[in-house]
Ligand binder design. Structure first.
Ligand SMILES: Cc1cc2nc3c(=O)[nH]c(=O)nc-3n(C[C@H](O)[C@H](O)[C@H](O)COP(=O)(O)OP(=O)(O)OC[C@H]3O[C@@H](n4cnc5c(N)ncnc54)[C@H](O)[C@@H]3O)c2cc1C
Length: 417
């Protein structure tokens, strides 16, 4: 595809990946229609912790992780749950995950993750300056804290991985933690601080703001639940509840819901969902913390959004169809209070979201195996909010035939087959 041959595009899915992609293409003069079954920010981009993690290089499938799975599952407040009725469905994904945790695979995935995330902060800065949304991004970094020596020591292989892949971080002791976050409980003995990371004060307002900026430069938004994709020599057709839409090219950005639509374009992608919850505590005048903070031993985050403190929870394997189990996140309230004694723990809202995840912790970004007019951009797992603007640049370059800053083969759609 070259710039002159692509005059129009359909971008399906209006989460952070879709709105950023639609904006990037429309800005280049492509006539873009952004399609979503509900409208901008109806999916996982709505409820995340807003951490914009720059230069990440630790895949989830780390060597030896599988050995801790039984103890994780045994702990009712632990970082992982599997809905037993979903076990037979998730088993093949888990086997692939174990395969990806072999040292050489983990090392390759770390390198590919690092390549993708190394310009996250500057890509966000560029997009938010252009769209006048930069007041929603703060440069407060990303902090992980540990209340035990054993918890911190357990991160040694991740820290070694970060060092090998040039991810900048600082190790903080008790006094430095106190200086950075005075209201944090004194139980915390160790911290890992990624200073270059950013924080979104309101992920929803950001996604909707980018969608509005896209409309301001001439983009269209259509509500339609797409169920079928087709292509021929002339272009691509998307058929859904809102009728038939056609364009020269199509970008599939439907997050955790991408598997079936991608399957219509020859891709057998082991996409599943690592579900995660959030619970909102009320807005208070003085923010008790300044940045998103992960409680390492309990694997949850407290994030000081403009709408209140958001607690985001761990990982649940239960697919897209099973209902929520909000006890998962409510069980963590005492630990949130332990972490931040001044926190007002009145529940304002609770939510379930669906991280779109592949076993190698990398997204799919690239042309579909069946027809290069259909481009895939989904599977951003725990870092989708961080990677929206970067993914948009890569997709724009694919569609316009422009050079890429990084090789895209680690993210290709057919890498599992
Ligand atoms: C609890 C939690 C905390 C998180 N914290 C962070 C964080 O701090 N930092 C970070 O970087 N990431 C975080 N993430 C991950 C991040 O939120 C996701 O990776 C990201 O939002 C995925 O964006 P997306 O645009 O790919 O998908 P989504 O935001 O899910 O958007 C997909 C869109 O596609 C639409 N759609 C689906 N199917 C169809 C169809 N058939 N037809 C039309 N439209 C359709 C949906 O309505 C939706 O709007 C977190 C995730 C969770 C669950």
């Amino acid at each position: 595809m070259s710039k002159c041959s692509v005059k129009s595009a359909l971008v399906v899915g209006a989460g952070i990946v879709g709105v950023s992609t639609a904006y990037a293409l429309q800005k280049e003069g492509v006539k873009v229609t952004l399609v979503d079954r509900k409208g901008p920010c109806a999916g996982t981009s709505y409820g995340n912790a807003g951490a914009i993690v720059d230069g990440s290089s630790v895949p989830n499938a780390m060597p030896g992780l599988w050995k801790s799975v039984p103890s994780m599952l045994a702990d009712p407040t632990g970082p992982l749950t599997i809905r037993w009725s979903y076990m037979y469905k998730i088993a093949p994904w888990l086997l692939r995950f174990v395969n990806e945790s072999r040292p050489h695979r983990a090392e390759a995935n770390a390198a590919a993750l690092r390549a993708l995330t190394k310009n996250v902060a500057s890509d966000w800065l560029a997009l938010t300056k252009e769209t006048a949304l930069d007041d929603l991004v703060t440069d407060v970094g990303w902090l992980k804290v540990f209340d035990s020596d054993a918890g911190f020591e357990g991160t040694k292989s991740s820290r070694d991985m970060m060092i090998r892949h040039n991810t900048e971080f600082e190790v903080l002791g008790m006094r430095e933690l106190r200086d950075l976050e005075p209201n944090l409980s004194t139980i915390f003995r160790h911290g890992i601080f990624q200073k270059r990371s950013r924080f979104l004060l309101n992920p929803e307002r950001m996604v909707v703001g980018i969608a509005d900026a896209f409309k301001d430069i001439g983009g269209d938004i259509v509500i339609s639940d797409i169920h079928s994709l087709q292509s021929d020599d002339k272009g691509v057709t998307a058929i859904g509840s809102g009728g038939v839409l056609q364009a020269d090219t199509l970008v599939l950005c439907t997050g955790a819901w991408s598997k079936n639509l991608a399957g219509q374009f020859g891709a057998k992608i082991p996409l599943d969902t690592e579900r995660g919850y959030h619970l909102m505590f009320p807005v208070i005048e003085d923010k008790p913390i300044q940045r998103p903070i992960l409680y390492g031993e309990k694997s949850f985050v407290l994030a000081p959004l403009e709408t209140g403190v958001r607690m985001t929870s761990q990982v649940e394997f239960a697919g897209l169809e099973n209902g929520p189990d909000f006890r998962r996140v409510r069980k963590l309230i005492p630990y949130a209070k332990k972490m931040l004694p001044s926190l007002v723990t009145e529940e304002k809202d609770v939510w379930l979201g669906y991280r779109p995840s592949l076993p190698d912790s990398l997204p799919v970004i690239g042309p579909s195996p069946k027809d290069p007019k259909v481009v895939f951009a989904f599977g951003h797992q725990h870092y989708g909010m961080s990677l929206g603007p970067t993914t948009a640049k890569l997709v724009r370059n694919i569609i316009l035939g422009q050079p890429q800053a990084i090789p895209l083969w680690p993210y290709r759609a057919n890498r599992f087959f």
